[in-house]
Design a protein around this ligand. Structure first.
Ligand code: SIN
Ligand code: MN
Length: 222
């Protein structure tokens, strides 16, 4: 627990064992590149959409997936609840970004060794969108989740592995921030109760809203 200083001078904070927030990790140029890439994936092959929930509702967040397609509560190669298309491949440059994220978050040159994320859920929050407390648990791997945020600032609620309620810690995730949850925190409940509209810098390429990318290793083959 506690704070430390990263190579680029930003304050790094471990909220719980394995759960690390690194403010200002992405440069503006990286944010612009990620926005452009996500804009392309949002168009297809399986366009971004409000995910349907099993009981008939839809999520307020819009999501597009790469590598593997997630829908409640399974991964498939094809976006069967969208248009049936095979999702875009997970690019190697994003694997490398994920590895560097682990090295910097855990301040350990070896932390990225053997980390091969093969899916990312790309979430877009506009207006009143939010995300309830949940665990990322469809993956058959305990490898860390790497989360990148661009655009509007949000409240990210990071909880515990037992219940979707307290104890939890609220942190503000700002454009460019990295958040990693692995180790003992990998299956902690988390959510996004609030986004602050109009707080992002349009220079990222996002005129409004919040973009979040979570890379994961599914542990699946095929
Ligand atoms: C997620 O839990 O999948 C997304 C988290 C976020 O938007 O910060
Ligand atoms: Mn999640």
């Amino acid at each position: 627990m506690g704070t430390a200083v990263t190579a680029d001078g930003a304050g790094r904070r471990e909220l719980a064992p394995g759960a690390v927030h690194v403010p200002g990790w992405l440069t503006m140029a990286q944010q612009q590149e990620l926005v452009a890439a996500c804009r392309g994936w949002a168009r297809g092959p399986a366009p971004i959409r409000h995910t349907k929930l099993p009981r008939g509702g839809v999520m307020s967040v819009q999501t597009v997936c790469i590598g593997w397609h997630w829908q409640p509560y399974a991964y498939t190669r094809t976006a069967d609840d969208v248009n049936g298309a095979r999702v875009a491949p997970f690019p190697h440059w994003m694997v490398e970004l994920g590895r560097r994220a682990l090295v910097d978050a855990y301040q350990d040159e070896t932390a990225g060794d053997g980390y091969t994320p093969d899916t990312a859920l790309i979430n877009f929050y506009d207006g009143q969108a939010k995300l309830g407390m949940h665990q990322d648990k469809e993956e058959r791997s305990g490898a860390p989740v790497v989360s990148l945020s661009i655009g509007d600032t949000c409240v990210f609620r990071f909880g515990n592995t037992e219940t979707r309620s307290k104890p939890y810690t609220d942190v503000e995730l700002v454009s460019g921030d990295l958040f990693v949850f692995g180790g003992a925190s990998r299956f902690a409940y988390h959510g996004v109760p609030k986004v602050y509209p109009g707080t992002g810098d349009p220079a990222t390429g996002l005129a409004g809203g919040r973009l979040n990318i979570t890379m994961r290793a599914t542990g699946l083959n095929g």
